[in-house]
Design a binder for this molecule. Structure first.
Ligand code: ADP
Length: 324
């Protein structure tokens, strides 16, 4: 994994968010390069600069696909019925797992009550720059560009936006200089408030991922979120069960503090896809707090996020005029 980061950092240092979909297999690097707005000479130059940066970082081969298409990113909403169920953690790791699969993905932290992405993405205190009136996303863990509500206010200042103010703040994050980012994962606040309404009215997401813990009470709240998106005609991509099954690090015994399987049963009952289950594991909390999201690593947890990312990616790639 350190290889990916080394390559990514080298490339981003040269071209910022113009690079996306960086993929590293052994020492072969491939990526997309947004050359929109550049003349022919500058395009040749920027491509050469990226190639040189990747080779200096140790790449044996570098494949660059140029694109000049103005891309309007598709938004993937990540929502929960209530706070504390792991929505922000899922959003971060979903975006990173999608990026690791070679997709050009960004992350928006729209949680006005507790924006946590700067910490989770390992870049707390880094302020985004702007070009004209547009913000330039900050590069976070795993090479995922992101913007957060937390970056619109002074550090430590509470955000108390309501109605149109909340909507304008969301628009600033979504209508930013995303380069050729194709998909943006949007970490919504819990529940069904102003940000959700504004998201649906102004920036209709292609679909929503709902996360819940397995117990009945949490699922009742999740159901409310599902109904909200249903009513707004935003398709539900599926349901994720978080904090299911606790593996005791001391005795190795598996227990189910919040039960297990409740979300899967609920998904079946509602006729929506079940996207996967993430265990309750202290390593997830610790890695998240340290700004090194578990999806960056290898092993069972990273695989679980990768499997969810795969299902989400497959869903958004389906032609939308056919029933999903
Ligand atoms: P939300 O966005 O729903 O409020 P967070 O993603 O901030 O929730 O998660 C709440 C807390 O639970 C954080 O400390 C996070 O690190 C932790 N957490 C989330 N998912 C897991 C998990 N599967 N195992 C252990 N801790 C988790």
């Amino acid at each position: 994994m350190s290889d990916f980061n080394a390559f990514y950092d080298a490339i981003v240092a040269v071209v910022g968010t113009r690079a996306s979909g960086v993929k590293v297999v052994d020492d072969a690097v491939s990526l997309m390069l947004d050359v929109s707005g550049l003349n022919a000479d500058d395009r040749v130059q920027i491509e050469a600069d990226v190639r040189e940066a990747a080779e200096r970082a140790g790449a044996q081969s570098v494949r660059i696909m140029l694109t000049a298409e103005r891309i309007t990113p598709r938004l993937i909403a990540v929502a929960s019925g209530k706070g504390g169920v792991g929505k922000s953690t899922l959003s971060t790791n979903l975006a990173i797992a999608m990026a690791r699969a070679g997709r050009s993905v960004g992350l928006v932290d729209a949680d006005i009550y507790g924006p946590s992405q700067p910490r989770l993405m390992g870049v707390e205190g880094v302020r985004p720059e702007a070009e004209g009136k547009m913000m330039i996303p900050v590069m976070g863990a795993g090479g995922v560009p992101f913007l957060s509500m937390g970056q619109l206010v002074k550090p430590g200042q509470a955000v108390a936006w309501r109605g149109p103010m909340a909507g304008n703040a969301l628009s600033q994050l979504v209508d930013a200089k995303w380069g050729n980012v194709r998909d943006i994962v949007v970490d919504l606040p819990p529940g069904t408030g102003d940000i959700q309404l504004s998201m649906i009215q102004k920036h209709k997401p292609v679909g929503a991922v709902i996360i819940s813990t397995p117990q009945d009470l949490a699922l009742i709240d999740a159901m409310r979120a599902i109904n909200f998106f249903d009513t707004a005609k935003v398709p539900i991509i599926g349901l994720v069960e978080n904090m299911a099954g606790y593996l005791c690090p001391h005795c190795g015994e598996m227990s189910d503090p919040f039960g297990s399987g409740g979300a899967e049963a609920a998904a079946i009952e509602l006729g929506i896809p079940f996207l996967g289950r993430i265990p309750l594991d202290i390593k997830i909390r610790m890695a998240s707090d340290a700004g090194t999201p578990p999806a960056l690593g290898d092993g069972a947890i990273s695989d679980a996020y990768a499997a969810i990312a795969h299902k989400v990616a497959a869903w958004i790639d389906l032609p939308k005029d056919s029933p999903a």
